[in-house]
Write a protein of this length. Structure first.
Length: 222
């Protein structure tokens, strides 16, 4: 039995959260995939476009394992039967207290069902896998992030883009996940803030579309 099956079974027993709030939301705006935070507004999971840095934590119960953040799209957002994939662009980075210039010693294996890809040892694009969009046109999927060294605590940075097999839809802009493994939330927040302020370019017009109308009703996470 492959490792990802064992990890998933343990995750279920440990009660690993699969909540929508804070996941990576995907929308198609002007023909391009745009990422955004998932927030619950009026009891409905809603994608608020414009966010490109997302936080996550490795499990307290399963060393070196995380299934957050997930990937979420409302029904009808994508064409049924198309595929959603991703491309990794950088070697895994680790927070050194000031920035993410340090290449991490371990790697992260990203798994989804029988599919898997490992973060590259050096910078350069690595194609990931795809998952099929169901008939509803929306989804709530959680990949498994597995650190190669369960003793290597730290705050890790993944850099990637999301794309669709639908050739009429352009790929997303660069997106980042900041994963915390055994470090304080203060340090995790500092690493996320650094990524937001130093890695994300000034927002383009596409990413800003629709944000203004939603901001007034946005309920931020506590």
């Amino acid at each position: 039995m492959k490792r990802f099956l064992s990890v998933l079974s343990l995750a279920a027993l440990a009660g690993v959260s699969q909540a929508h709030v804070g996941d990576i939301g995907l929308k198609v705006i002007n023909g391009q995939i745009v990422t955004g935070k998932v927030e619950e507004i009026g009891g409905v999971d809603t994608v608020l476009p414009g966010e490109r840095v997302f936080g996550g934590d490795f499990s307290e119960f399963i060393p070196g394992y995380s299934d957050e953040p997930g990937f979420f799209a409302v029904d009808g957002e994508f064409a049924a039967g198309t595929g959603i994939g991703f491309t990794l662009y950088k070697a895994l980075r680790v927070w050194n207290g000031s920035d993410f210039s340090t290449v991490a010693g371990p790697t992260i294996n990203i798994e989804f069902g029988p599919n898997s890809v490992t973060t590259p040892l050096t910078d350069g694009p690595i194609e990931g896998f795809t998952f099929a969009v169901p008939a509803s046109g929306g989804f709530d999927e959680h990949w498994d992030f597995i650190l190669s060294d369960v003793n290597a605590t730290g705050i890790y940075l993944l850099e990637f883009e999301i794309w669709s097999t639908d050739t009429t839809v352009a790929r997303s802009e660069r997106t980042w996940i900041v994963l915390n493994y055994g470090q304080s939330e203060v340090d995790h927040d500092a690493a996320i803030e650094y990524a937001e302020e130093n890695l994300v370019p000034a927002p383009g017009a596409v990413a800003l579309l629709g944000v203004a109308g939603l901001m007034a009703s946005r309920r931020r996470r506590a």
